[in-house]
Ligand binder design. Structure first.
Ligand SMILES: [Cu+2]
Length: 521
């Protein structure tokens, strides 16, 4: 095993301790404020500079730990499961704060293991959602999601293990809950979540669907290094637009709050309204990157609407969501643009008409920089510079990907196997993901990165920034018939007609995997 992998293994195992079994939720009591937790939940730290709680007499702070979940090495599956981890009495949920933890309570490093996304589906409707930016949803005073013991909850999650090591985790949601029996509940107005997503067609197109609502924002798309989806979508990308990219209420409503969900490379999401041919932006959720390298990693927090943001819509108004990515620096594959909007059915709860000038614009960051994002990468690593390596032999068959290693041209290889396999212009190389065999079913990609692409792995390195763009998509077979995120293929062939030069690549799923090949005249 390569030294880097051995280190990773020790690092990952250090976080594993014994875990308990799933137990029943402690019954709530009637104190002015109570803190309750599923019994096996470890202590969970608050996020730094978190958006303040809105306090109510009788409020309960509930922590639900979903798991233990065993994550297979290299896993990148989508799952959908029922859960009974929600309040057992009627009331209002006023805050939703998600987390991912090891059984110790420690938060995994985002470059090793992360919560790619999770969506909580209540009574068939997506109600809460989170990506690795871990936005906290805090409703302003006087609003809550109504919760009943008879509700049905599903969790759709995609947990991504970026390493070849297994792990055990819990997905955690901490909620503020005001029981209907608390006198303060009478002051709370119910909201529901209107799901707004730029991509994810009702009928799956490629890997994009309602359950995996993605599009690609590739280098050079859009204008001046920025690509707004769906506004600037062209060609096949226009088929990826979601039906819930826009929504037209048939009765008066008041919008109470929203925040955007983006992937690295994302700059902002916009919520707009169109009435009688006029369009106005209601809120821009900026991605605030703490990442020193810029807009390239999960070291980011999203802006949510301020507490006094209230927007009245008339029947027939068209609400729409738009996502803008940076396409100057790199290509971003399988990205999202989502804005769940909390909606009150009716008016009389404050706010102004959508076309008023009084709607507050300044967003609120829901938390500060998170320590799990401290491993940025991009430092000297001791890996060879493929530009300096002599020509390598051309493999007789496909380049196999096996045990997270490319059989020819892998920067971790030794001897001739490390040299870039060299082909003549007009020839191609084919890759075959052997790790996609049923026993392991690990997805890999071959994605171009700027040479030498040999620096240390982290949340900001490598990225898909090569002058020549190529990407294999995720080679593998999907879990339980979901059409995503794998492409459903296990082989990929390099583009024909590559010019002479040395090409470097990485795996988007496991970015420590690096390789090169060479084209000569
Ligand atoms: Cu991989």
């Amino acid at each position: 095993m390569r030294p880097a992998l051995a280190q990773r293994r020790r690092g990952a195992l250090a976080g594993l301790v014994a875990f308990g079994t799933l137990g029943a939720l402690l019954l709530p009591n009637s104190a002015t404020s109570a803190t309750l937790t599923t019994p096996h939940c470890p202590p969970i730290a608050n996020k730094p500079h978190q958006v303040p709680h809105v306090h109510y007499d009788g409020i309960q702070h509930l922590t639900y730990c979903y798991g233990p979940i065993s994550i297979q090495p290299g896993q990148n599956f989508i799952r959908l499961n029922a859960t009974n981890l929600f309040p057992t009495i009627p009331g209002y949920i006023t805050r939703f704060d998600p987390e991912l933890v090891y059984p110790s309570g420690r938060v995994p490093r985002v470059d090793m293991l992360h919560l790619h996304h999770a969506v909580w589906v209540v009574n068939g409707n997506p109600q809460f959602a989170v990506g690795e930016e871990k936005t906290i949803s805090q409703l302003p005073r006087g609003f809550g999601w109504r919760s009943l013991p008879t509700d049905t909850w599903l969790i759709n999650d995609m947990l991504h293990d970026l390493t070849p090591e297994p792990a055990t985790v819990y997905v955690v949601w901490r909620i503020d809950f005001v029981p209907l029996t608390a006198p303060s509940a009478a002051s709370i107005h119910p909201v529901h979540t209107q799901w707004m997503s730029v991509a994810g067609p009702d009928q799956q197109v490629g890997i994009s669907s309602r359950i995996y609502p993605v599009f690609n924002a590739l280098r050079g798309m859009g204008q001046n290094g920025r690509y707004t989806f769906p506004d600037q979508a062209t060609g096949a990308n226009t088929a990826l637009v979601a039906s819930d990219q826009s929504w037209t209420p048939d009765h008066p409503v008041t919008l109470i709050g929203t925040a955007g969900h983006l992937h690295p490379g994302g700059l902002y999401t916009d919520l707009k309204v169109t009435r009688g041919g006029r369009t106005k932006r209601l809120f821009r959720s900026h991605a605030h990157y703490y990442e020193p390298a810029g807009e390239v990693s999960w070291d980011v927090a999203m802006q949510g609407t301020p507490p006094n943001w209230r927007v009245q819509l008339q029947p027939g108004d068209n609400l729409s969501v738009h996502a803008t990515y940076d396409t100057k620096r790199a290509s971003w594959y399988e990205v999202m643009g989502i804005m769940p909007v909390a909606v009150y059915d009716g008016t009389g709860v404050g706010g102004d008409d959508a076309f008023s000038k009084n709607i507050p614009k300044r967003g609120v960051l829901t938390h500060g920089h998170l320590a799990e994002n401290d491993h940025h990468g991009g430092k000297p690593s001791g890996l060879p510079n493929p530009l300096d390596l002599p020509n390598g032999p051309v493999p007789r068959g496909p380049i196999e990907i096996r045990d997270y290693q490319y059989s020819a041209g892998d920067l971790y290889g030794s001897g001739k196997a490390r040299r870039p396999p060299t082909i003549h212009a007009g020839q191609t190389l084919t890759f075959d993901n052997q790790d996609a065999a049923p026993a392991t079913n690990t997805f890999h990609t071959i994605t171009s990165c700027r040479a030498p692409c040999n620096r240390s792995t982290g949340i900001a390195y490598p990225i898909s920034n090569a002058p020549v763009r190529f990407d294999s998509a995720e080679l593998g077979v999907n879990y339980k018939g979901y059409g995503a995120p794998a492409s459903g293929r296990v082989t990929w062939t390099t583009p024909a007609g590559l010019r002479a030069g040395t090409y470097t690549y990485f795996c988007r799923v496991h970015p420590f995997m690096r390789g090169s090949f060479r084209v000569v005249k």
